[in-house]
Design a binder for this molecule. Sequence first.
Ligand code: HSE
Length: 436
Amino acid sequence: MKIINVGLIGFGTIGAGVAKVLLENRQVISDRLGAELNLQKIADLDITTDRGMTLPDGILTTNIEELIGNPEIDIVIELIGGYEPARTFVSRALQSKQSVVTANKALLAKHGNELFALARENGVDFYYEASVAGGIPIIKVIREALAGNRINSVCGILNGTCNYILSKMGDEGADFAEVLQQAQDLGYAEADPTFDIEGIDTAHKLAILTSLAFATPIDYEKIHVEGISAIKPVDFAFAREFGYKIKLLAIAKQEDECIETRVHPTMIPESHMLAKIDDVFNAVFVNADSLGSSLYYGQGAGMMATASAVVGDLVDIARNRLGDNLRRVPDLSFQTAAIKPRTYRPMSEIISQYYLRFLAHDKTSVLSKIAGILGSNKISIASVIQQGRGQSGDTVAIVMQTHKAKEKDLRLALTEIDQLSIIAAPTAVIRMESDL
Ligand code: HSE
């Protein structure tokens, strides 16, 4: 039986998962592939910690040169994460005409265009299924299954840590810091949790999906990013009263030849399928012209789910090699000539409904002053809830849901409102999306 040799860089949680799948599912993989995927080398700085598995002798090395450029190794897997030395290792492997599999969304969001160009120049495959939504095969869906569609929008819950935190805060009224710690203990959070809670990890993933869906180069800088650290337990209670859930949503849509890409906490109706995605799970909701709406749901993080996606990529590349058909699927779904920079809608021009939570001193005519300023800025109010007196004595929370309005108009109104002497703290804003 033909053997395809694989080298793994990075023997952390996901790396150990990949090794486990390759060793334990060796038979089922070769039954499908008609060849053997052989894990020939694993490189890591730490080769002494017990990863709970027995490896064949001689596999582990601290010397990266035993993998990169080694003519016996056909496919290199990069699982060290981050920008460097991942970028250097991946570039060198591609230049050595080794195909590469990565789970590294940060690397792709920042250097993807240059790395895909290298893969093209060297005639090798560069696959990255695990980089977006972990085990959910959303890259394969967009690149292959939906190839006959024009995609209108892609909206997703793409960060397990944030979804876990928001679910727990919503269901249990739990404290943000305590739930973040739980997510870290469970191994969901990135090494630097800022990437998770400030929406950066989600935006890295959205940058990749936007390129795949809309035939444009990967451009992380074009994404508007807001995280979840400012959401308060009281916002979940008000969301419930309006019939909404709060999710960190990644939104990419194309309208009037303009692309809109944003990541921010979003209130979505409880009846929407994305509102039902809880805990560490991820989901991607795609609207395409032939298929209509479809939802892809599963584990977006974790050792074995992510390993499943990495090994799926290995099998794809191995099949391409066996069929002498490397580069069968274009890296970013479209032929290079079709990938063009597109116009992105500035955030000030987006249209949304808004949840507004004002903290006001309990004086007469507060409500009419706020309503007057909103009205004079073309913001129309859909509903209002006024709480009883706050614990601090003379302040009250006033919560409003607006009709659809332009972001620019809302910001002008809030600048004016937050300067009023009757307003005790900056107004909290969460966008509400009812027609995803
Ligand atoms: N920290 C990420 C998450 C891991 O929480 O979803 C997968 O990218």
